[in-house]
Design a protein around this ligand. Structure first.
Ligand SMILES: C[S@@+](CC[C@H](N)C(=O)[O-])C[C@H]1O[C@@H](n2cnc3c(N)ncnc32)[C@H](O)[C@@H]1O
Length: 428
């Protein structure tokens, strides 16, 4: 009997009750996992899902993730001894991914701890250090915390440690910066909360700072964050080579070798109007990857599904030039959404136009018979369901891929129709 891709690779994932939300199949399951937990960014996907697929993947394969995010796929692959590459359009995520994939010499942890204890004293809050040009920064941090963060960041930027150590210090800084901010990332989209409530809602790393009304001891928090980062240096060490490239997944052949990748494991942006640039702004401004709102909008326009700032006005004049989306009801779905909200209709149209471009470019960089696994979520706009998994499957078939199908792996949130799926396909 012929065993299809889903039987071989996904049987453990799809078993059981898909009506449940299954936290271990989300980024939350990665939170305590060494380097995977260095920075918790909500768009990350489940390490568990990736490991299930990799369990059936041989050491001589070359893995690709064309939507790298926090490099979950690539890191999981190289720690299992399988070479892997990934691509992302966001330069901050490319930087973060490459730090996570680095092999650090034995001396790094010691150097890191020495530098960190020196820097702890730097977070004194003089009020004279550089702060980033983040819109309404006073909503993110109170004046004293911002001044202390600024001093700490200045100390890191000026420190004479080796480049790998400075990168690790920046990751620890990001942990402290985000956990002292008034932003809440508990939902699909970021919002602001009162500072104290935020500290109480972070029970993992900073639990011991939550019990009192004491002012934030930033130096101490930084020391804890550095310890966590240092733990990841030894708990997950790459045993194969991996890299994240800055590039556009609609033009993969510009950054990757042709006909090279035998397995693709990825999670593209979902068509749910979430903006990665918007969510990642605090990291990007502090680390120098963003300097203005205009630049943020331009970057978001490059991202598939981006709708932040000028990406919205660009969308209003956007016209498709890439032919039809080969799903039977696609135009009806777009028309139904457009009737309620013309810009959203365009948003959905452009999203799948971009995915079509992506799959056309994917064909150029994968080997014949490469196995592809796409983790996607469906969406609903007003009362119109967007069957994202079916449209991906139709686009794979249209692109000449075979063995195309999908499996639901979990329910996404309290709305009963929203699920996460693995769409699978084999390259021609
Ligand atoms: C759902 S996230 C991936 C999450 C990832 N699996 C993880 O575990 O962190 C989708 C990613 O696609 C990236 N992206 C969006 N448009 C892109 C494009 N045109 N080319 C390359 N990457 C893109 C976003 O920056 C984001 O990091």
């Amino acid at each position: 009997m012929k065993m299809d891709l889903a039987d071989k690779y996904l049987s453990n994932l799809v078993a059981g009750n898909n009506q449940r939300q299954k936290a271990h199949l989300t980024f939350r399951g990665n939170a305590k996992r060494g380097r995977h937990g260095w920075l918790r960014l909500t768009p990350a996907y489940s390490l568990h899902v990736v490991n299930e697929i990799l369990a059936n993947t041989g050491p001589d394969e070359l893995i690709l993730d064309p939507f790298s995010g926090t490099a979950t796929t690539t890191l999981a692959s190289v720690t299992r001894g399988i070479n892997a590459h990934s691509v992302d359009v966001n330069p901050f995520l490319v930087w973060l991914g490459n730090v996570k994939l680095r092999s650090f010499p034995q001396t790094t942890a010691d150097e890191l701890l020495v530098e960190a204890s020196r820097l702890r004293k730097a977070a004194s809050g003089t009020g004279s250090s550089w702060t980033p040009n983040l819109h309404q920064i006073e909503k993110w941090w109170d004046e004293k915390t911002l001044a202390s963060l600024a001093d700490l960041f200045a100390g890191i930027s000026n420190c004479k440690a080796s480049e790998p150590v400075v990168d690790l210090l920046k990751i620890a800084f990001c942990k402290v910066m985000i956990s002292t901010s008034n932003a809440s990332f508990g939902h699909q989209s970021m919002s602001f909360k009162k500072a104290k409530a935020v500290r109480q809602s972070q029970p993992t790393l900073f639990a011991d700072f939550d019990d009192s009304d004491e002012p934030i001891d930033l130096g101490r928090m930084f020391a804890v964050a550095v310890d966590e980062v240092a733990e990841g240096l030894t708990s997950e060490t790459p045993t194969a080579s991996g890299a994240v490239f800055l590039g556009d997944s609609r033009h993969l052949d510009k950054v990757l070798k042709k006909s090279a990748y035998s397995t693709v494991i990825t999670s593209p942006p979902y068509p749910n109007r979430m903006s990665y640039i918007r969510e990642l702004r605090p990291y990007m401004y502090w680390l120098g990857f963003l300097e203005s709102g205009r630049q943020a909008g331009e970057m978001d326009w490059q991202a598939i599904g981006g709708t932040w700032g000028c990406a919205t006005s660009n969308l209003s004049v956007w016209e498709s030039t890439n032919g039809d989306v080969a799903y039977p009801h696609f135009n009806d779905i777009v028309s139904a959404i457009s009737e309620q909200h013309p810009l959203l209709g365009k948003y959905v149209h452009r999203y799948f136009d971009d995915i079509k471009l992506h799959l056309q470019s994917l064909r150029k960089v994968v080997t014949p018979k490469a196995r592809c696994f796409y983790i996607v979520g469906n969406s609903k706009f007003y009362d119109t369901m967007l069957p994202v998994e079916e449209i991906y499957a139709a686009l794979f078939v249209d692109g000449g891929f075979t063995d195309v199908g999908w499996k639901a792996i979990r329910k996404r949130n309290s709305k009963k129709e929203l699920f996460e799926f693995v769409v699978h396909a084999v390259a021609p």
